[in-house]
Design a protein around this ligand. Structure first.
Ligand SMILES: [Zn+2]
Length: 104
């Protein structure tokens, strides 16, 4: 699936890039990352279309949290992760963003 190069989240431009073998700062393999300092979302290039969209929505949720300073409240990291995931699932369901699997 082709992703937009940038998206504007509450007035801030976020760069979207696909990266092969994406890892976090601890070298753990991850599907997506939101880099707060530079407003960049990185998405693992090898994901299925469905997982790519879900991961983008998940990372956009983190961007929204930062843009609205919700990350400076008592919201825990664990709860933020759960909200990012459930929000991504809700949006994919609502807008039928799930891709049908190829019949073989
Ligand atoms: Zn996350």
């Amino acid at each position: 699936v082709r992703l937009p190069k940038t998206l504007t989240i509450f007035g801030a431009e976020v760069l979207i890039i696909k990266v092969k073998d994406l890892t976090d700062e601890q070298e753990n393999k991850v599907d997506g990352l939101f880099l707060i300092e530079c407003n960049i979302i990185k998405i693992e290039a090898d994901l299925s279309d469905e997982d790519t969209i879900h991961t983008l929505l998940h990372e956009l949720f983190h961007a929204m949290i930062v843009r609205n300073s919700i990350n400076q409240t008592t919201l825990s990291h664990d709860v933020e992760e759960i909200l990012a995931d459930t929000n991504a699932t809700m949006i994919t369901e609502l807008f039928n963003l799930r891709f049908k699997r190829k019949k073989s």
